[in-house]
Ligand binder design. Sequence first.
Ligand code: F3S
Length: 283
Amino acid sequence: MKATVAKTAGFCFGVQRALDIVYEKIGEGKAPIFTYGPIIHNSHVVAELKEKGVRVIGSREELDRLEKGTVIIRSHGVSRDVYESLDREGIDRVNATCPFVARIHRIVEKASAEGRHILIAGNRDHPEVQGIMGWCGNSCTVVQNTSDLQEIKAASGTKFTLVAQTTFNYSEFKELVEFSKKLGYDVSVANTICDATQKRQEEARSISQLVDAMIVIGDMHSSNTQKLYEICKQFCKRTYLIETLDDLKPVNFQSPGRIGITAGASTPKKIIEEVQNYVRNEF
Ligand code: F3S
């Protein structure tokens, strides 16, 4: 059986780059190595890295207590004060922030310095958004929908700059842009959405409409994997969410028909290939 594997399955550019940086540092023999937060949402990869001596720092307090070592900043990026605090303590830091996220930091830093109020379209609890907020000075608001925009109480004459979390929904972003203009805001807009997520979802949507069974591979805690599962399930009733090949083996496929495979942004290529080979050889 030949399965249809999504071209966009697996690591995006930013996640791959961050992981390459971690492995590079391991190769250099730097120790101890820490990542500020799990480097990707994949417990297998994090466990593998732990075996190689890479530890995860889970909170800001923990980071502040650190006395030595190398800290790798993951693709989500962090606020400016995290860099400052690491530098103050003399802790070696390696920046694996995705360049698309770093671009947002530069935009908001410059706009804030010009006295503009920053609007961030995104989820305020997400680490990427918290990082962006940390480059905005005191003048920023996170908005998720048009009613959030309406509630902003800004002095007249305020100039705004609107950016988006890289994974924000594009049509919702357009709505925010239009609505802010309708409210009469003086707003300069930077579309900072990364299209990797969008392309992955579109491809999953179209493959799931063509197959009889769909396999989504990814960590159960990864929100982009969950989203892929929901999309595929909508079009293909026999959609299975698995973390590794072991989760697929007990599934009784009985006349599987055509099979499609996709994977979240934190799923290693090795796991995708194992699943692909299994499907090819077993059915
Ligand atoms: Fe970067 Fe886009 Fe991935 S912002 S981390 S390439 S989803």
